[in-house]
Design a protein around this ligand. Structure first.
Ligand SMILES: [Zn+2]
Length: 101
């Protein structure tokens, strides 16, 4: 295992968690950029509905997107790391879409 710097995000990574000096997270962000953007949009929309006391309308859509996101990640990340990468990306979206207090 060789320590190196990710060429995209400049974070420290290593040869077991990167491909051609791009870390798993960056590879997944690239491979699933469409899905990640769409999930981000839906979660924001959902939060806005809930904040107004309305029932969020897009559970089914969100679920299908999450499935697609998982498939995209599995396509670029080795299976034993794919779940952790998926969890991390979803956590990032959730943190980002929390409205500023
Ligand atoms: Zn990176």
């Amino acid at each position: 295992m060789i320590h190196l710097t990710c060429q995209t995000c400049r974070q420290t990574t290593d040869s077991d968690h990167s491909r051609e000096a791009v870390c798993w997270l960056c590879l997944a962000r690239q491979g699933a950029s469409v899905e990640l953007r769409e999930i981000d949009r839906l979660i924001r929309k959902r939060r806005a509905w809930l904040a107004k006391g309305l029932r969020a309308p897009n559970d089914e859509q969100l679920w299908r997107l999450a499935q697609r996101l998982q498939r995209r990640i599995v396509a670029v990340i080795p299976p034993h790391d794919a779940q952790a990468v998926y969890n991390q990306l979803v956590r990032e979206i959730e943190d980002r879409s929390v409205p500023a207090a």
